[in-house]
Design a protein around this ligand. Structure first.
Ligand code: PXG
Length: 441
């Protein structure tokens, strides 16, 4: 009998962990073995309050019966269906539900399996759309510094995080970046949208002048930058980006992989800020992270442009697991839970409590900024001399030791609890985080 390796000792070595300091982790592993509602359980039986909704994705909390049951039912009934030239009811039903939920005429949905794939899909749709309209010179993309759009070649190229780019050479050609919107001296301790910084959108005019509008396919931004530490758009900023894109025939893509599904207190950030993008990427909360799935929503005119093209396959793009039946079942059940429990409105209602609780950390040692919107928040610490990120990493480890899961990026602790969080759990979260900051040099 072939040796499957099952009987061999299970070591930490063979798993090459993503975006992880493997050597550090393997010397002191942090293992979670089960999860329910607001808590993880560690392998040594401790409860961890989930202050990050896993990785910004478990918006309805963990192990929700309705979602688990829907996936169980689907896997028994039909495990898989080919998405090219075949359909299954769940894919159409989920799309109809999303089209209703999404703002404006963002009413056609293309599926992928991760935020990264959704971003690369949106970029490819933009290229093909302009080509279809006879504007094949529009090939350039504009991203933004401190933007995160996943790890595909396109997403890495339009992303604005140096560490994510520098190992990988030239990536996609013809990409430029807007400046990020963060300015500590102008906006420290802003609550919600900073008042300063709307004018930073005018840099898009500068890039249009430099490259000429006829070469630019799309601008892609996160309405609120998540991964790089909750950078809330300044007042007026998104409005000006939208207006400049409109004036120059440039598509505007909102990457709502984090901000979608209630995180900012509305279904989408596009609703919250009242700005309609031409395309929207989503993932994470789409299925409450129970099954991987992502999607690109496009406006009617984009879909119609493809449908007006030559007969046959309208776009040569898709994945084996596009609209996977298990993911569709999880997505439909997640949407049910969100609406039955009014979780998007709940996030909005808890916003003031959240804002008050996070800003109460002002004055603790090394805290140089606090930012918040909806149920997202970030606490930024002064870096240690010559060791950027080390202080926040120590806070992160201290939180873990005390029973709290958070995200850490640079010298920032980022927070995004499941939207079922209670007021008492918000208090508990910030007591633990405050204690961890105080315990850290
Ligand atoms: N776009 C945005 C805005 C994201 O936040 C992606 C695309 C990529 O999604 P996938 O599913 O390919 O990972 C993301 C992912 C963090 C963190 O700690 C954030 C993400 C992923 C992992 C960690 O901030 N966002």
């Amino acid at each position: 009998m072939a040796d499957t390796g099952r009987a061999s000792v299970n070591t930490l070595e063979p798993y090459w962990m993503p975006f992880t300091a493997n050597r550090q982790f393997k010397s002191a592993p942090r293992m979670v073995v089960s999860a329910k509602d607001m808590h993880y359980t560690t392998d040594d039986g401790r409860q961890l309050l989930d202050g990050s909704a896993g990785m910004w994705c478990v918006n309805a909390g963990h192990g929700r019966d309705k979602i688990v049951e829907a996936v169980r039912r689907q896997v028994t009934e039909m495990d898989y269906a080919p998405p090219f030239q075949w359909g299954h009811p769940g894919a159409f039903e989920l799309s109809s539900r999303l089209a209703t939920l999404l703002p404006g005429d963002l009413d056609h949905i293309f599926y992928a399996n991760s935020g990264s794939e959704a971003v690369d899909t949106a970029l490819k749709i933009a290229l093909a759309y302009h080509r279809q309209k006879g504007e094949a010179t529009r090939t350039r993309f504009i991203g933004r510094e401190r933007g995160y759009h996943g790890v595909g070649f396109g997403g890495t190229a339009v992303g604005g995080i140096s560490n994510n780019r520098k190992q990988f050479g030239n990536l996609l050609a013809g990409v430029d970046h807007l400046p990020h919107t963060f300015n500590l001296s102008e906006m420290a301790f802003s609550r919600g949208q900073p008042k300063w910084g709307g004018h930073l959108a005018d840099d898009l005019e500068r890039l249009v002048a430099l490259h000429d509008a006829s070469t630019i396919a799309a601008v892609i931004i996160e309405p609120v930058a998540g991964s790089t530490g909750v950078l809330v758009p300044p007042e007026g900023y998104l409005e000006r980006i939208r207006e400049i894109c409109d004036r120059h025939g440039i598509l505007l893509i909102f990457d709502e992989v984090i901000t979608g599904f209630g995180r900012v207190g509305d279904a989408f950030a596009a609703d919250h800020f009242g700005i309609l993008p031409d395309m929207m990427t989503m993932a994470k909360g789409l299925t409450n992270a129970t099954v991987p799935m992502s999607a690109v929503a496009v406006r009617k005119e984009i879909y119609d442009t493809f449908m007006d093209g030559p007969a046959g396959v309208e776009i040569f793009h898709g994945y084996t697991y596009s609209a996977h039946p298990l993911a569709c079942a999880a997505g439909l059940a997640a949407l049910d839970v969100y609406s039955e429990e009014g979780l998007f409105a709940r996030a909005a209602a808890l916003g003031p409590k959240w804002e008050g609780a996070i800003h109460a950390l002002k004055g603790l040692p090394n805290v140089i900024d606090i930012r918040n919107i909806g149920l997202m928040g970030a606490v930024e610490l002064a870096p240690r001399d010559g060791a950027p990120g080390a202080r926040a990493f120590d806070v992160y480890l201290e939180c873990f030791a005390n029973g709290l899961m958070v995200r850490q990026t640079g010298d920032i602790i980022a927070l995004s609890p499941p939207l079922i969080v209670t007021e008492a759990q918000i208090d508990e979260l910030f007591i633990m985080l405050g204690a961890a900051i105080e315990a850290t040099d």
